[in-house]
Every structure is written in C-alpha cells, then in structure tokens.
Design a protein around this ligand. Structure first.
Ligand code: NAP
Length: 334
C-alpha cells in the first residue's frame, strides 16, 4: 500500500489503497472513468492542512496540475488563470515579480492554489475572496464540469461552500484571480504596519509587504522540513461579545480581544492555549511550538494518533479553564 508520509506536512506515516498523481485534467477523467460511482476519493494538494490519524480506506488523488496564464488585462488590472496544483507561495512570488498587487499579504501560506478557495485563506488583514474571479471544478460523483463565481463560492471568514455543501465532492482544477496593476497596500494589521515602520518603509510596495509578512511568519512558525506541522491547528474562536465580557474579561482582563462581526469578538486561540499552560509543552514526539503554541509539531516519528491525543488534551485544558471549545482547523482524516 503506498505511503502518504511524503504527502502530508505533519510527516506522519499512513497508507492508502492507491495513489493517483493528477498532472493534467485528462488524468482525472481517466481516473473517474474507471472509478466505481460510490467510491470515495481524497484530493490532496500540499497536504498542509490535514492530520492523518490512521490509514485511509480510499484512494488519494495528488493534485499536481500546473499552469499560470494571463487571461486578460485592462489599464487597472489583470485576470490570471492558475492550475490548481500550483504552490500558493510560488504564485504569490511570481505575481509580485510580474508587478501585480493583491497577494502580498498572503505570502508564505502553505498549500496549493486549489486549496485557497476552500478555506478562503486569509492573513494579515487580507483574504483570498477579494481577488477571486471564478473557478472550474469536476464533480467527483456525477463527473460533471462545474463553474463557481464569487457568489456561488459563498465565502465567509476562512469559509466557503467548498467546505460545506460541496465538501469532498469536487476536484478544483483551475482558479482565476483579478490582481491590480497599482499598489493597494493593506496595512490594517498592526504588526505588519509596525514591521514596515521599523524598516522606515512609508510607501510599501507589494514586495516590501510580502517581505514583512515573510519575516513575521518565519519568526514564529517552524518550517515543515524542520518539524512536521500543519500551521495553526485550531481556529481562532469567535464568541458573543457579551459572553466574553462577563465570563472571560471579568476574570482575565489581560485577554486579547479583537472585534469581529457586530456583537461578536475574536480571541486568539494561541492566547487561550498559553494561558491554559500548554505553550511549548512537549510530550514524547509531539509538542506545541514554543514560539507559536497554536502550531502543533511532530518532533520526529510521531503518529497521527499521538498528535490527535495531544490536541485533545489542549482542547480539554482550554475547555476546563475558559469554557471555550477549540475547534480544529486542520482536516482530521480518516
Ligand atoms: P495572530 O496575528 O496572533 O492573530 C490571532 C487572532 O487575532 C486572529 O484571529 C486574528 O484575526 C486576530 N487579530 C490579530 N490582530 C488583529 C487586528 N489588528 N485586527 C483584527 N484581528 C486581529 O495570528 P497568527 O496565528 O500568528 O496568524 C497570523 C495571520 O495568519 C492571521 O491573520 C491568521 O488569521 C492567519 N492565518 C490564516 C490561516 C488560514 O488561512 N487558514 C491559518 C493560520 C493563520 P484574523 O484571523 O482575522 O487575522
């Protein structure tokens, strides 16, 4: 049975009955042609947002569809079409080198272009939805070609229809984005503005912003080749502002709280984990990263089960101390 160890950034051992590299859309049609209708398949891009807790009982499609094309342009913007298996960060770098703006705040996010709309990836005040035009996908059940524009994608905060009604039913093949030809710096995120000001950069280019994001991320996140990880393991909880004022701020006035939708606030999960005593804790081959406790790391040879047990222990500690349920952001498989 083929090993999935090279294809998940946690670097845990797991196998599956068959592994199908998909480098062209025709590879996918051939696979679907021979697949029994009821057979489930897992699409893996960068493997950077999954925890494989055990062996998978179904085949895995490895998305390796490449391609970057300029589709059209006007005085202000370009529309580009990307193969869904392209590495996200390499696309950010490429777009900046072309002189296009819009992806710079999203530098160094692991994963593929095809994974970006599923999660509506976002970071440092920007999110994928704002540059999205549309995408093409193949329905793994009916074998139909489908198109989704922004309205159909139903993007929300780290959310889309691809995580909900369409979950596990699509293979996204191509994604089109609109990028600006003129700089549109988004410095709404405090730490980003601070890093740029410290470097005396007052009119930052997309390159300057990406550099600052890369600096911030690299200073607190481990590279997967150093220690296996899948970035943030838990979502940052959003909670009713009243509840937070009554039950959290009254007892922990130092808690960090950010505004969210009206009546709601965001609490950094990292703060809750640290305040529950789990920052930098290591048990055997698994730990919470000392510089960013929201990242769980495989110090070498950990199993998916051990990582999941560690994550559950953190959930229990945060629940016991604050009455808040931390939800995993990574996909738990099987
Ligand atoms: P962080 O900067 O410590 O922030 C933790 C939480 O506080 C997040 O919910 C963040 O909101 C919020 N926050 C911080 N500064 C804020 C501000 N000035 N205004 C409003 N909200 C603020 O988070 P981190 O874990 O180191 O991650 C850095 C960035 O990468 C964050 O933007 C985070 O969302 C993003 N990220 C994205 C993904 C993903 O797309 N799947 C995964 C991991 C991290 P926001 O989440 O709205 O920024």
């Amino acid at each position: 049975m083929p090993s999935l160890k090279p294809f998940n950034t946690f670097g845990v051992e797991a196998s599956c009955p068959a592994l199908h590299p998909i480098t062209r859309i025709d590879d996918l049609w051939s696979y679907l042609h021979q697949k029994p209708p009821e057979q489930r398949s897992l699409v893996l891009g960068g493997g950077s947002n999954v925890l494989l807790r055990d062996h998978l009982p179904y085949p895995v499609l490895l998305n390796q569809i490449q391609g970057r094309h300029l589709v059209s342009e006007d005085a202000a913007s370009v529309i580009i079409e990307l193969g869904s298996g392209e590495n996200w960060h390499q696309i950010v770098e490429w777009s900046i080198a072309q002189g296009w703006n819009g992806l710079e705040n999203l530098a160094l996010i692991p994963g593929t272009v095809g994974a970006a709309p599923i999660q509506n990836i976002g970071a440092y005040g920007a999110e994928f939805a704002t540059v999205f035009v549309d995408l093409e996908a193949i329905d793994l059940t009916t074998k139909e070609l489908r198109h989704f524009d922004a309205a159909a994608a139903a993007f929300g905060y780290r959310d889309s229809c691809f995580k909900r009604s369409w979950k596990d039913r699509l293979f996204i093949t191509k994604v089109r984005l609109r990028l600006s030809k003129t700089p549109q710096p988004n410095l709404s995120y405090g730490v980003l503005a601070k890093v740029l000001a410290a470097a005396s950069i007052h009119q930052p280019t997309a390159r300057d912003i990406a550099n600052a994001v890369i600096l911030i991320r690299s200073s607190k996140l481990p590279a997967p080749h150093q220690y296996g990880n899948a970035g943030s393991f838990f979502k940052n909880p959003t909670l009713p502002a009243d509840w937070v004022a009554q039950h959290l701020q009254s007892r922990h006035p130092e808690v960090v709280v950010y505004p969210d939708q009206p009546g709601m606030v965001k609490i950094p999960a990292a703060w809750l984990i640290e305040a529950s005593g789990w920052k930098g804790v290591r048990k055997g081959k698994v730990g919470s990263y000392p510089l960013q406790p929201l990242v769980l790391v495989n110090y070498g040879g950990a199993t998916g089960t051990a990582i999941w047990e560690f994550a559950q222990a953190i959930q229990a500690a945060v629940q016991a101390k604050f009455g808040i349920t931390l939800e995993p952001e990574v996909n738990l498989l099987p």
